[in-house]
Structure formats: structure tokens, C-alpha cells
Design a protein around this ligand. Sequence first.
Ligand code: ATP
Length: 510
Amino acid sequence: HHPLDVITYIFSLQHNMQQIAFIDGPSGTTLTYSALRLKVRALAAGLHGLGIRKGDVVLVISSNSIALPCIHLAILSIGAILTTANPLSTEREIVTQVKDSKPVIAFTLSHLIHKLRATQIPIILIQGTLESRCVTTLHDLLQSDLKDMPSIDIKQDDTATLLYSSGTTGKSKGVVSTHGNYIATIAGNRVRYETEGCKMYICSMPLFHIYGLRFLVCTLAAGATIVVPPKFDMEEILRSIERYRVTLLPTVPSVLAALAKSTGAQKYDLGSLQQISLGGAPLGKDVTLTFNAKFPRIQIRQGYGLTETTGAIAYTNSDEENRRNGTVGLLSDVVEAKVVDPDSAKPLPPNQRGELWLRGPTVMKGYFGNEHATATTLDSEGWLRTGDLCYFDEEGFLFVVDRLKDLIKYKAYQVAPAELEELLLSHPEISEAAVIPYPDQEAGQIPMAFVARSPSSNLSESDVIKFVAEQVVHYKKIRRVAFTNSIPKNASGKILRKDLIEKNVPTSRL
Ligand code: ATP
């Protein structure tokens, strides 16, 4: 028997409803699975009472809190469509998104209401001071009577979420994912969690992004306890790990790099931590080695996925795989994959680099209201073009080289910025690095590096150039360097190369 909606599915997997589902980091307040289900039901009834129906789009703009999972689950449980926005997005970015997704109502915090002032959307206040625009509060909706709630018929093919891709490579697009997509992502993931036995997790990724959302549904399905820290502050997260004896930390490679190089982490007792799972951006091999030398007992697991595949579809499942070769692991059982020549679409043999194509039940339905983008990304046989340059080795381990769109074209050669960034990060005096194409009359493009130096470093431009030149073939050499204090990154840890290009390359040369 296949349950139809993801929320029923998650609760159907629980063996012990008295188990704690959430711990509020700062206060220590807990919520059991049974209390969570009651809250979700009350909130669902409240939303229904407000006239929200299946297929209506509901916007949520909020930083993480223990309230947020209830909101997300309640929206999904009535068949409404959850759309989210990064609370740090500007008013302009949020309004663009709202014009596209047309939500009927928005949940938000009082200090974020101004970002919606150019819209007419009614607001449900999650927390803060009530304003005239607010139709009600989360607190009031949670008091709703369950008895007026009809049962709602949700099918696997019904839309669950409309998440906007971060737009690191172009205009942001709304990714339409169904209940079936989420059920498949959970099903494809469970095997791995069950064998791990880690059960105290920390929600250190934003819940507006697929990374956080997938983490949420998969870990609830696994019956874990999730600590919710108040904000994305490394100190806060480390403190919570120590206080609640957290066993698993999901994060992004840049955070691991910071932990590997900083001495701050040693102030905290991280003895409970068994595993750090990473995804969203490439992980340098050297970062793993430096980290392992410092914290030998903590296993590093990598995952690879896209919003378009409802999150991770490949992951490493043993420390060794990861340490040996920098793979993102084996494919999940639920997807099929092939690596093709990006021009001819012809499948390539193992160890040859090409574009990764994926097919299976976790692949999105399409981009919202954008037939053109959908048609160029999904073919008629259901294959999703990931836009990532990848290869498989003979044993089926997947390697991600870089995004096709980000490749630097030096004369007739293609240079992957991620490879150079990894190399730069292996330098002990480089704390952050980004590589972009810089226009050049003779070569077309040359690799240019942005480098953040560690505090007391005197590294010069020629030192950086020499360091790389000694380790790469001539066409991959860095030919221009700029020093900076920090590299811009998005919520999933990706370097915003597009921003760096726009800010640093004179427009006359673009
Ligand atoms: P946009 O497509 O608008 O730029 P986005 O791609 O940032 O948005 P996401 O779905 O968050 O949206 O990112 C998916 C991409 O992240 C993948 O296509 C891949 O390039 C990159 N990625 C994810 N995990 C890894 C990993 N483990 N190693 C390397 N790259 C990764």
C-alpha cells in the first residue's frame, strides 16, 4: 500500500510517537512526534478555516525555528503548495518571486513584513508584533478545532513544493516537485540512515532550501530527534552540538573548510559527533584530509543533488570511499543516470567527462509556468539534464567536476574553476578561493583567482600564481589574482561566481 501524501507517509513510518522530534536549541523545549502530529493537524485545520485549499500556493519567509517544520508540514498535509523565500533576499527579489508563484497567503516574521509591502498578500504572523496586514497569527491557528477538517484527497502526482533555484547560473526558476518526488527521495534515502544508527541531528541548513527541506523530511521519516539552533552561527551550532550530544551535522563544504582551519572548534566538546554530511557544492580532497587529521573520529559523507532531483541522489556511505578519491558516492537506487557528450547527447563510457543526465521518481515535474525552460531541461523520455560536468568510474562511483556553464574557455581548452579552487584551498595560507573567467584578447578567457588570505599571511599575487602553476598543466594556470576578505556564497555554500564576474570584470569586456 502506497500512502499518497508525504506527511501521511512520514507519520506512518514512526514506531514510537513518544520519541522527541524537535528540541528548540536555546530554550531546550521539546516536541514529541505525537505532539508534532497534533500541531500539524491543528494548523492544517486553521489553514482550511482560512479558506486555503488544495493547489493554493502558500509562501513562507522565515529563518529556522522550531515552528517552521510544523508550518511546512501543515501546508503539505492539506495539499497546498509550499513556496519559500530566503529571508535575506531583498524586497525586489522576493517580489519577483511572488509575481511568478502568486501565493494566496504568506507566513512570515514581523521584521520581514516590509519585504512584502509592494504586494497585497495577506499575512499570517509567525512571531512578532501584529500589524494591520496580518489576518491572524500562528499561535491562533494552532488553537483550531480539528473536527471541522474534511479529509483531503492528495495524489502522488500533486504538487507539494515550488522551490526557487538559487539562480547562481541564471535567472531563478520555480521547481515543481510532487508528493511522489518527496516520497521517493525518502524511500531512496532510508536504507542509508537505518544502517547508520545516528539519531540526534542538528538542523543547521536553512529550511527554505531543498537541502534543509529534504533533511527535514528524511530525518523525520527516520524517527530522529532534530535540534533547531536559533541562527546560522557556527558558535551557536557548535554549542548546541556539545549541549545536546548531537551525532550528525549536515552542512556545506565551506563550513567544513572553516572548521578544518580554525582553532575555535576546539573550545567545544564535539565528542558526540559521528558524522558530517555535506552537499551543495564541491568538497576539496584536501579539506577532508585537514579535517580528518584534526577530528579523526568524525566521518565525512558527501552527497550530490539538485533542487530538480528533490535533493541528494548520490552519497558516499563509508569514510573510505570519500577519503580515497573525492567521489560524491554511488547513485541512490531510485534514479538512473548516464553521462553524455553535451553536444551530441551520445552516452560516454566510464572515466569520460560529460553532462550528467538523470531519470527517476525524484525528478521534478518541471519549472513553474516556464515551458521553454522545462523543455530544454527535461526531454520527452524523462531525462533531466543536470548541467553538471561529471564522470563515473568503472565501479559506478560518481565524480562531479564542475558546472558546464562555469567552465573557463582558455584557447581551445576547458578549465574547471572548481579544480583550481580546490587546489588554492590546499595552500595553508588561503582560507577561501574562487576562480572566474576573465576576458582576454589572445586566449578568449583566462582563469582569474579571488583569494582570501589567512590572518597573518603575506602571500603575494606571484606566490599564488606560482603555487598553482607548479601543479597544473599550462592552460590551467591562474593568470590574474585579486585579494579579498571573503568570497560571496549562497545559502547552499555555492560560490557566487556570477556576482564576482559582474563586480570585477569591466562591462565593456563582458
Ligand atoms: P541555479 O540552478 O539557479 O543556479 P542552484 O543550482 O544553485 O540554482 P541547487 O539545486 O541548490 O540550485 O544546486 C544544485 C547544484 O549544486 C548541482 O547542479 C551541482 O552543480 C551543485 N552540487 C550539489 N552538490 C554537489 C557536490 N556534492 N559536489 C559538487 N557540486 C554539487
